[in-house]
Design a protein around this ligand. Structure first.
Ligand code: NDP
Ligand code: 2IT
Length: 445
């Protein structure tokens, strides 16, 4: 049995109840066959056994009081997966679906993503099954304060630096930062995605969506093409989706779809992004409200077809894991899609991703394509360390450079290992090699 097969059998046995973690880990391990199966130094050091086991998992109770005076209890998590190349870094997700499998898959992906940024950040992820939807600001604040009252002892600016993810934006980061500061009595860069007046970085809000589009743009440039005139579908209507749409529009493309957990809109003349921002960022409302105001847009409830039925040149899934399956992939390909770029983490199922690659669709996996968010978080950490803030143009330029570099690194790695054009293999191999070498350098830890 090969080294990789042995590890896959092992993780399947030990984590049988964690389908998302197994999906993410198996994808990476499959890519690593060409690296580890013919070089015994990895097996000799039990490198893969260590890589798939988090350095530390924290799970805790989060009690809080709702507006009616009733005590509520949620579950909190932080998975500190790998610190070989820097402090643990990765977002916090607040969504009712959150469980250990989801946090472990996200933490595992984060190791390789953070490595690809070229910046010194390890991999971690956390969150809670708390649902911010329908909660008052004060309920969200009480939850965030309680969450941080436990989390604070596990994190620190040189130890573990959380940020946002689904359900965690500027409001939640503010409440958590305030509570951390109050407990430790120090103003530290312990979270990223902070407000611009208290240690946040310009362009962090835009970074994930912009970065995704910068990567696709660099690829288009490499084939002497551009976004000009391209039709694009985007899923989600949160942070990543909104700023991916904004950058596509700036570059001359037309985004025709967005989704939320209730349904999707198809607006053939192009999405009115100001209206989306008003509904989603100000009113915290639903996409259905968009269709009410734009009578030429079509709104469909979940279950009534799919956003991926709409013919486009480029598809950018930016909502959540496993939102694009094999059937969706077949429809997109049949309708002529040329490029798929993952703004979300693992939005494409394994068979869907395989189908794109087999059909020579240019497919950018999330761990490469959405790395601009965490990359800019690392730039926020640098600014906090030097107690300075850089201009929007400076941060945006560095973000662009990070994404361009990732594109070329994953492209080169895919070629070096005989899989030209397979950016899943390229991202997994390039991300792994740096972390693996750091782990080898640091001994059996
Ligand atoms: P937001 O909470 O801002 O937005 C999430 C969007 O996705 C919303 O439109 C939401 O709809 C939709 N969504 C979430 N969960 C589901 C679900 N289970 N089914 C259907 N729709 C869903 O999150 P972000 O934009 O920050 O994150 C989106 C994706 O990007 C995630 O995969 C995240 O891990 C990834 N990512 C985020 C980064 C960041 O910097 N924020 C960085 C890198 C990756 P609704 O409002 O109805 O729930
Ligand atoms: O998935 C991700 O990369 C994020 N949610 C951002 C993490 C971060 O630390 O900025």
């Amino acid at each position: 049995m090969s080294y990789v097969d042995k590890i896959i059998a092992d993780i399947e046995k030990k984590n049988a109840d964690q389908p998302e973690f197994l999906q993410a880990a198996k994808e990476v391990l499959e890519s690593l066959r060409v690296v580890v199966d013919n070089n015994s130094k990895y097996e000799d050091a039990a490198l893969l056994e260590r890589l798939v086991e988090p350095e530390r998992i924290v799970q805790f109770r989060v009690p809080w009081v709702d507006d009616s005076g009733k005590v509520q209890v949620n579950r909190g998590y932080r998975v500190e997966f790998n610190s070989a190349i820097g402090p643990y870094k990765g977002g916090l997700r607040f969504h009712p679906s959150v469980n250990l499998s989801i946090i472990k898959f996200l933490g595992f992906e984060q190791i390789f993503k953070n490595s690809l940024t070229g910046l010194p950040i390890g991999g971690g992820k956390g969150g809670s099954d708390f649902d911010p939807k329908g909660k008052s600001d004060l309920e969200v604040m009480r939850f965030c304060q309680s969450f941080m009252t436990e989390l604070y002892r596990h994190i620190g600016p040189d130890t573990d630096v959380p940020a946002g993810d689904i359900g965690v934006g500027g409001r939640e980061i503010g409440f958590m930062f305030g509570q951390y500061k109050r407990i430790v009595n120090a103003f530290q860069g312990v979270l990223t995605g902070k407000g611009l007046d208290w240690g946040g970085s310009l362009a962090r809000t835009e970074a994930t969506g912009y970065g995704l589009v910068y990567m696709v743009e660099e690829y288009l440039k490499s084939i002497s093409d551009s976004f000009e005139g391209k039709t694009v579908s985007v899923s989600g209507s949160g942070n990543v989706a909104i700023f991916a749409t904004q950058k596509v529009q700036q570059l001359g493309g037309k985004v025709v779809t967005m989704t939320d957990s209730n349904g999707y809109i198809h607006h053939a003349v192009g999405i009115d992004l100001d209206a989306i921002k008003e509904i989603k960022l100000v009113q915290r409302g639903r996409l259905k409200d968009y269709a009410a105001k734009h009578t030429d847009a079509v709104y469909k409830e979940v279950g009534d077809g799919s956003v991926w039925d709409i013919p486009v040149d480029i598809a950018l899934p930016c909502a959540t894991q496993n939102e694009l399956d094999l059937n969706n992939a077949k429809t997109l390909v049949a309708n002529g899609v040329k490029i798929v770029g993952e703004g979300a983490n693992m939005p494409t199922t394994q068979d869907g991703a395989d189908y794109f690659i087999e059909n020579k669709i240019t497919f950018f996996p999330g761990k490469a394509a959405n790395a601009g968010g965490v990359g800019t978080s690392a730039l926020e950490m640098s600014q906090n360390s030097e107690r300075l803030s850089w201009s929007f143009e400076e941060v945006d330029k560095q973000l662009n450079r990070i994404m361009v570099n990732i594109f070329h690194n994953i492209n080169d790695a895919a070629k070096e290992y005989g899989q030209a054009g397979n950016f899943v293999a390229g991202a997994n191999i390039a991300g792994f090699k740096k972390v693996a070498q750091a782990m080898l350098d640091q001994g059996i830890i």
